[in-house]
Design a protein around this ligand. Structure first.
Ligand SMILES: NC(=O)c1ccc[n+]([C@@H]2O[C@H](COP(=O)([O-])OP(=O)(O)OC[C@H]3O[C@@H](n4cnc5c(N)ncnc54)[C@H](OP(=O)(O)O)[C@@H]3O)[C@@H](O)[C@H]2O)c1
Length: 326
């Protein structure tokens, strides 16, 4: 049987790389679009066997070029998303609303079999966040333009190549005290990247008739629980202090001036809302596809790099000390 062609946007990211491996191993061909083939080409290329992957460099505003890719595709998957805005047109509106709307229109015009779009959990509630509002507007546009779309709303996604656990373990290494936004009580349902890409493959290979699916992990953890688990795993003791909102907001205002901000005011607003199943939509558990990988067990497999002597630890391996102690 002829392998189907999946057109993937955002394939160089955490979820994209894992997904390319999963789909191509299962005999699907992928066409991966990136903004910069020189920077990202090598990483993308190594995720699949030759013959199963094509990499195309394109700006997401280059509709002519994107149309040509739709001509030879059966499925479209959009994984493009940003956490903060920057110049050059990378606004939340362009990335989360305008671009997904264009993809949905093209899916209809070129009669694709399905369109899978990655949105985010909790966006109905976080009305004061621009990130959430534009993701929600994007979803509405997609549903309006292409009825065969499936929207996935994951909670926070973790893996050894995330920007979440790895960044927190680096910060926990460096900072003697760590701020707890909203007293650390915000709830999450972390899902492992591999469980999420299993869900995407399951959807592509089964008849799933749910347009919005909330993708959650097997447990609910507060922000404070997550930090405590990470501290335990990297074997560090740090003071976790509740950070009053005005102070947190002021520091975010400063951080968002940096090219790669640690936190922005918009993210701070988002953090106020729980990131767990809403009860209003089906979850992967309802589809009969529960996620299994638990936060502690999985992070344990890669946290050693942040433990004492590890590559990312502030305490480097001291050979002389080890010899002296023998
Ligand atoms: N990770 C999470 O915890 C999480 C949680 C909820 C929802 N999501 C959603 O899931 C999706 C994928 O997440 P991820 O963690 O894999 O993201 P990621 O690692 O940050 O990757 C994002 C991808 O978006 C592309 N991209 C970013 N800005 C772009 C722009 N201006 N133009 C074109 N492409 C751009 C990048 O592609 P190139 O640089 O190659 O062009 C990159 O491959 C996103 O929509 C995200 O909002 C993620």
């Amino acid at each position: 049987m002829k392998a189907k062609n999946c057109l993937i946007f955002g394939g160089s990211g955490q979820i994209g790389s894992n997904l390319i491996r999963k789909l191509t191993k299962n005999n699907l061909r992928v066409i991966v679009v990136t903004r910069n083939i020189h920077q990202k080409g090598l990483k993308i290329k190594t995720q699949a066997n030759a013959g199963y992957i094509d990499i195309v460099e394109s700006d997401i505003h280059d509709e002519e070029k994107i149309r040509k890719l739709f001509e030879k595709s059966d499925i479209c998957i959009n994984l493009i998303g940003i956490l903060y805005e920057n110049k050059k047109g990378n606004t939340f509106k362009n990335i989360h609303t305008v671009f997904p709307a264009l993809l949905a229109k093209l899916c209809k015009q070129y009669d694709l079999e399905s369109f899978i779009h990655l949105s985010a959990l909790g966006i109905n509630e976080a009305k004061d966040s621009k990130y959430a509002k534009t993701k929600l507007d994007g979803e509405k546009e997609i549903i309006r333009n292409f009825s065969k779309s499936i929207i996935l709303r994951p909670s926070v996604v973790f893996s050894r190549s995330d920007n979440f656990t790895t960044q927190f373990m680096t910060l926990l290494n460096r900072l003697p005290i760590f701020p707890l936004y909203y007293s650390g009580e915000t709830k999450f349902s972390p899902i492992h990247c591999s469980d999420l890409t299993d869900i995407i493959y399951y959807i592509l290979s089964h008849d799933v008739n749910s347009q919005i699916i909330e993708c959650i992990g097997p447990e609910v953890l507060t922000f404070k629980d997550i930090l405590k688990i990470l501290l335990d795993l990297i074997d560090k003791k740090r003071i976790l202090i509740p950070f009053p909102f005005p102070l947190a907001n002021l520091s975010a205002k400063f951080f968002q001036l940096l090219p790669k901000p640690l936190i922005t005011q918009d993210q701070l607003r988002l953090l106020k809302y729980d990131n767990v199943a809403s009860g209003k939509y089906k979850t992967n558990f309802d589809l009969g596809f529960p996620s299994k990988l638990r936060f502690y067990d999985e992070v344990k497999k890669y946290c050693y790099m942040w433990r004492s002597g590890g590559q990312f630890s502030t305490e480097k391996y001291d050979f002389k000390k080890v010899v002296k102690n023998k």
